[in-house]
Write a protein that binds this ligand. Structure first.
Ligand SMILES: Cc1cc2nc3c(=O)[nH]c(=O)nc-3n(C[C@H](O)[C@H](O)[C@H](O)COP(=O)(O)OP(=O)(O)OC[C@H]3O[C@@H](n4cnc5c(N)ncnc54)[C@H](O)[C@@H]3O)c2cc1C
Length: 391
């Protein structure tokens, strides 16, 4: 049986970030294999994401991870250069703007305090300041807003994933297109994986970075991972409206929009009770007509003329316990590391998670950001660490 020191299942943003950080760690001299079922990456969350980075979370770890994500993205052209070629991640620091009604103002202020304490460059705006800064925004029903001044924005998600992958390969990581059918467990160890064609591969450590495929893999090793797929639709729209200086705007209703090319991307998460686990990729066009359009037409001058140019559906890997990731080893299996349940905000956290995973492999503990509160303990004890700013 072939044997690798580390096998990573899933080679999109998370798997490739872990591969990059491990392969570039001076202390790592092992053999590293990434198993990815689909090298086209057509349906992974990374490719289908809205590719945006915000520091405006409520959980301190999420804020810190996003801040590291921004630093990493800014330095990526140097860090991820291969053979003198620097990747262009099309990073644009457009900021996020969270709008609050009277009911949401206390939460906005509480989150703002946490974000400022951690060094995020965010500013509260009252309706007059909002009106003065974003003349195209209808603010009469709002009580306030929080604006990211620096470090928040959007990028080419596929470009980031491929740049991490390319650099990891240049540093010695191997990638193989193969679907893992099962994990091989012996007591408190994972011994390896079985591929769909029956091939067995042994490993010292296994990283489960399989996105919405992660729960099935965990189950094959006797672990119940509370992560389920949820459909999220994204619409690319045009209109004659002009929105100079437009950040990624989050309406109090949950509808969001941001500039993309010569139009805008927009979407909304359905209410939880209308949001079942879902495997298909059909776009819910009624969501645009019934929910998104009425909100945007009332919020932005000229948006009543919005026209959908294209739309797609992707899958969030939602941690149904608390909408935060599950990171690290399960107490029953020492050498199986999980990086799952990113619940719609994983792309921006992929550099921090990749670095954290490399620390867990090399040192069996975190060395930079302490991400231990995001581990299995709270899941097994049913103590949610809730993120209140979920979009
Ligand atoms: C519509 C949408 C919008 C989003 N917007 C944002 C955003 O603005 N900002 C942000 O930070 N995040 C966003 N996200 C979330 C973000 O995209 C994900 O959290 C992140 O990309 C997760 O990366 P991943 O590598 O864990 O998972 P994925 O990208 O889903 O990759 C998992 C990989 O594992 C592979 N795999 C699965 N099972 C197996 C198996 N058995 N064997 C081999 N390979 C396997 C899959 O083929 C896939 O390539 C969004 C997601 C969606 C769907």
């Amino acid at each position: 049986m072939e044997h690798y020191d580390v096998v990573i299942v899933g080679g999109a943003a998370m798997g490739s970030a872990a591969a990059y950080f491990l392969a570039s760690a001076p202390a790592f001299d092992g053999r590293l294999l990434v198993l990815e079922q689909d090298f086209s990456y057509q349906r992974c969350a990374t490719t289908l994401s809205v590719a945006s980075v915000r520091h405006q979370f409520s959980t301190p770890e999420n804020i810190r991870m996003s801040m590291f994500g921004t630093d990493f993205i800014r330095q990526a052209p140097t860090l991820l250069m291969v053979d003198g070629e620097a990747p262009d991640l099309a990073w644009r620091e457009g900021g996020y703007l969270f709008l609050a009604s009277g009911a949401g103002l206390d939460t906005l202020h509480a989150n703002h305090r946490t974000q400022r304490e951690l060094g995020a460059e965010v500013q509260l705006l009252d309706p007059d300041a909002l009106r003065a800064r974003f003349g195209w925004l209808q603010v009469d029903d709002l009580a306030g807003a929080s604006l990211g001044l620096r470090g928040e924005g959007w990028l080419d998600a596929y470009g980031l994933m491929m740049a991490l992958r390319r650099k990891a390969m240049a540093l010695g990581a191997q990638y193989r297109q193969a679907r893992v059918a099962q994990l091989l467990r012996g007591g408190s160890q994972v011994q390896g994986v079985v591929l769909e064609d029956g091939t067995r591969i042994g490993c010292g450590t296994l990283i489960n970075a399989a996105g919405t495929g992660a729960a099935a893999l965990a189950r094959s090793a006797g672990i119940e991972l509370p992560v389920q797929p949820r459909k999220r639709c994204v619409f690319h729209v045009h209109s004659p409206a002009r929105t100079p200086g437009c950040p990624l705007v989050i309406d109090p209703s949950g509808v969001y929009f941001r500039p993309e090319g010569d139009g805008w991307l927009c979407g909304v998460a359905p209410p939880e009770d209308e949001d079942p686990a879902c495997e298909d990729f059909e776009v819910q066009h009624a969501l645009f007509d019934d929910v998104i359009w009425p909100v945007l037409a009332a919020r932005v001058e000229g948006f009543e003329a919005l026209r959908v140019q294209r739309a797609w559906a992707g899958h969030y890997d939602v941690n149904v316990l608390d909408h935060n990731m599950i990171l690290g080893a399960h107490p029953d299996i020492d050498n199986l590391l999980f990086a799952n349940g990113f619940s719609g905000h994983g792309l921006q956290h992929s550099p921090a998670v990749g670095r954290g995973l490399s620390e867990l492999v090399l040192h069996r503990g975190f060395r930079t950001l302490d991400l231990s509160r995001l581990g299995w303990e709270r899941v097994l004890q049913n103590r949610p660490l809730r993120e209140s700013n979920v979009v």
